[in-house]
Ligand binder design. Sequence first.
Ligand SMILES: NC(=O)c1ccc[n+]([C@@H]2O[C@H](COP(=O)([O-])OP(=O)(O)OC[C@H]3O[C@@H](n4cnc5c(N)ncnc54)[C@H](O)[C@@H]3O)[C@@H](O)[C@H]2O)c1
Length: 310
Amino acid sequence: MRQADQRPTIAILGAGLIGVGWAALFQHHGADVRVWDPESEALVALPARLKAPLAQLAQVAPDAGPAGRLTVCDTLAEAVAGAALIQENAPESIAVKHALYGEVEPLMDTDAILASSTSALTWSDLSPGLNDPARLITAHPFNPPHLVPLVEIYGPDDARVARAEAIYRFAGRVPVRLKKDATGHIANRLASALWREAVFMVQDGIADVEAIDAALVNGPGLRWSVLGAHMAYHLGGGAGGMEGYLAHLGPSQERRWAALGAPTLGEDVQAALVAGVAREAAGRDIAQLEAIRDAALIAALKARKEAPNV
Ligand SMILES: NC(=O)c1ccc[n+]([C@@H]2O[C@H](COP(=O)([O-])OP(=O)(O)OC[C@H]3O[C@@H](n4cnc5c(N)ncnc54)[C@H](O)[C@@H]3O)[C@@H](O)[C@H]2O)c1
């Protein structure tokens, strides 16, 4: 059983898609959560928007203990005061985030962590928004943040990063640390590399959108959910492991890399992508597709508890 003093106080700044997911996650795991958004409609809508993720978390993490308290804050100061972690989920704009950091910094505790959920901005882009840049880390979740366990972290202050990792673990996340600042962190770089080739195959006429997605989900995607890219090739080498794989298939791997494409997002390619996902969606709207995705993710997360990844 957790002690009350082990419950961190978390400020969630920006209650859009990602902020709502973080708020639900931390509340479910017993944290004291304060949510602020400059748009009052976002705060008014918050209780209703929390219902579905909280219900999903009850399925995924039924043993999390008593839920924490969630406070909707009228002011930034109310949200930030005394928070150990301030998770920033403002729109993806350097100017917006810098302006926000300028307001947050004087309000935050000296040891508090300001963590940006940014998808594609870097710590170097964002840290000039603070007088003391060491207070900032990037902590990128994968959507939906209350279901997908990954949080990718970069920050120059090891002690702050370690404190942040402990808080994300408290909320059942799997933090992964970057050794240096990189656009797209780790996972979005991997996702972008994969999608570049998926788009190239459409542009080059190798296969249709639906065939490419079916190949991914029923092949490597399934394997990647239990085995990382490198470990997959360690096993691909049989008894010889990675060394055997590199000796046997390393040269063919270099030929495969050389055959990969660099697509452009011209009008014809965009039209092919839009038409392709429309065929794949087969009349299901975004809300229906999200519900199917979330149900499958919950089932997969439960299965992983019984059969953990390698
Ligand atoms: N959407 C994704 O898949 C995804 C995944 C991972 C990370 N992110 C990152 O999370 C952040 C938020 O993205 P989102 O998809 O939730 O956007 P969103 O548009 O759904 O929500 C943004 C919220 O920020 C609020 N906001 C506006 N100005 C603000 C300010 N100055 N300070 C605080 N809040 C402000 C808006 O009112 C809105 O509620 C971005 O940095 C994005 O890159 C997004």
